[in-house]
Ligand binder design. Structure first.
Ligand code: SF4
Ligand code: SF4
Length: 464
């Protein structure tokens, strides 16, 4: 297994590491609680989220299977969607919609990020065979995203009750977080890519098939977001850029895609329009959808929305629909302040793709950190120490590492502004959180000899 080398340009990180158990035994925890007291910690951390809500949600915003949203103890407030903001993300101009085929992996596949990235994206399944075992059965789901609604339309007298029911169904389908948002128009791609990338990679269509942009016609008013966690213990044992890293993504994409296809079918059987949005056939950009559905805030990584309980250690799918629903509100748990001081992902990114800037900058009509998504895509495709990458996911302090009062207390501290964020980040570093490789959980096989690149005669690629 690869050894954690931190940020490769900076060399191995020298970190003070303290065992969690030792920390608690020596009473430093008591000191930590003292600091928490100074910033007015509530008596029960587990109730911190509900105690700080300033907006009384309708009954449809809670599910029966998940009667209280699990924010992992973070202090959460509600935010708005309007033409100046999407939750805590500021809108500074018309938001420019992009084409799906201009996103990172598609650019690599089209040969626009170099031969190594092009070859890398096409051979992920070959270099780590377990990845192909997810990619191949996922490919047919590309054709199962839409259909005609049943002509027998069920009446929905109570959209709140329907929202509650839909969330319950999402949890029943084994999703870990479910939210409903008002669908922002700019969260649709300008054009979706046809055939989808997964169809090429899995071999469902010949590589010579031309790739085209298909304009999005049928825009629906609501988005139901479905998130499936990446496996926690595997994440703790992985460097984040070894072979299993690609499977961590595929496992969650596969589960989320199945859930979206089933949910969209169900809604159509009730007589309403519904389109599944998943890894092998998205019409939407998931990050703004997740923010709209109250499932996260934009992060320093630029393209990911972190949830207060699980960070961005998840993959998501969605269903866009005109089923009468009541939407959730975006949430604010202090992520913008936290990212401003933390920079842990930037420090650990093996591709040096994540910015160290203090503040976000205007990008396509909204503010986001100036992270280089092309650099990230090149590394994820061409990484020759593993396959793909998710090291920023692993090291982020919001990626819940354990289910304990102490961790919940930490998240509560982290959502209390910049000073508290600095404190939590220091604690996170002291514990070596995110930078440890816990080999007792390493259940999988690594094939380092497979990861090195020997690019054969350049394979045929689709039209650009
Ligand atoms: S996924 Fe991309 S941004 Fe994140 S650590 Fe890896 S290369 Fe860096
Ligand atoms: S690691 Fe730190 S800076 Fe990066 S996304 Fe997470 S909280 Fe933000």
């Amino acid at each position: 297994m690869s050894v954690n080398s931190g940020n490769k340009e900076k060399g191995p990180r020298q970190e003070v590491s303290v065992s969690r158990r030792g920390f608690l035994k020596t009473g430093v925890a008591a000191a930590a609680m003292g600091v928490m007291g100074a910033i007015a910690a509530p008596s029960k951390m587990a109730n911190a989220a509900s105690a700080s809500l300033t907006y009384q949600p309708a009954k449809g915003q809670w599910s029966k299977l998940r009667p209280v949203n699990n924010y992992g103890g973070a202090s959460v407030r509600y935010a708005e969607i309007n033409n100046q903001c999407l939750g805590t993300s500021k809108i500074v101009g018309p938001v420019i919609q992009t084409n799906e085929k201009d996103a990172g992996f598609a650019l690599a596949f089209r040969g626009l990020l170099g031969d190594k990235a092009k070859y890398g994206i096409m051979t992920q399944g070959k270099r780590y065979p377990m990845a192909a075992s997810f990619q191949i059965p996922m490919s047919p789901l590309a054709a199962m995203v839409s259909g005609k609604p049943s002509p027998d339309k069920f009446q929905i007298p109570d959209p709140e009750q329907m929202s509650q029911h839909i969330k319950d169904f999402g949890y029943y389908l084994r999703c870990d977080e479910v939210g409903i948002g008002v669908m922002p128009d700019y969260a649709y791609y300008k054009g979706t890519q046809a055939p989808p990338l997964g169809a090429y990679v899995s071999g469902a269509v010949p590589l010579q098939t031309p790739m085209t942009d298909v304009p999005i016609k049928d825009k629906l008013p609501y988005v139901i977001c479905l998130a499936v966690e990446q496996h926690l213990e595997t994440s703790m044992a992985s460097t984040g850029y070894d072979g299993i890293s690609v499977v961590q993504s595929m496992r969650s994409y596969h589960a989320a895609a199945n859930a979206a296809v089933i949910m969209a079918n169900y809604i159509r059987s009730l007589g309403y329009n519904a389109r599944a949005q998943h890894y092998v056939n998205y019409e939407v950009v998931m990050t703004p959808c997740l923010i709209a559905a109250g499932m996260g805030e934009l992060t320093r990584t630029g393209d990911s929305a972190a949830h207060p309980r699980i960070g961005f250690r998840h993959k998501s799918s969605a269903v866009t629909t005109d089923l009468p629903l009541v939407a959730d509100k975006p949430i604010d748990f202090g992520m913008q302040d936290f990212c401003r001081v933390c920079k842990k992902c930037a420090d650990n990114c093996p591709a040096q793709a994540i910015t160290f800037d203090d503040d976000p900058i205007p990008h396509n009509g909204y503010l986001r950190w100036n992270t280089d998504s092309k650099k990230c895509a090149v590394f994820r495709c061409a990484n020759d120490e593993g396959v793909n990458c998710g090291r920023c996911i692993k090291v982020c302090p919001w990626n819940s590492k354990e289910d304990s009062w102490f961790h919940e207390a930490g998240l509560w501290i982290g959502s209390k502004g910049e000073t508290a964020s600095t404190f939590l980040k220091t604690i996170d570093d002291m514990f070596g959180y995110g930078t440890e490789d816990l080999t007792q959980y390493q259940w999988w096989l690594e094939w380092p000899e497979n990861y090195k690149f020997q690019i054969p005669a350049v394979p045929t690629v689709p039209a650009k």
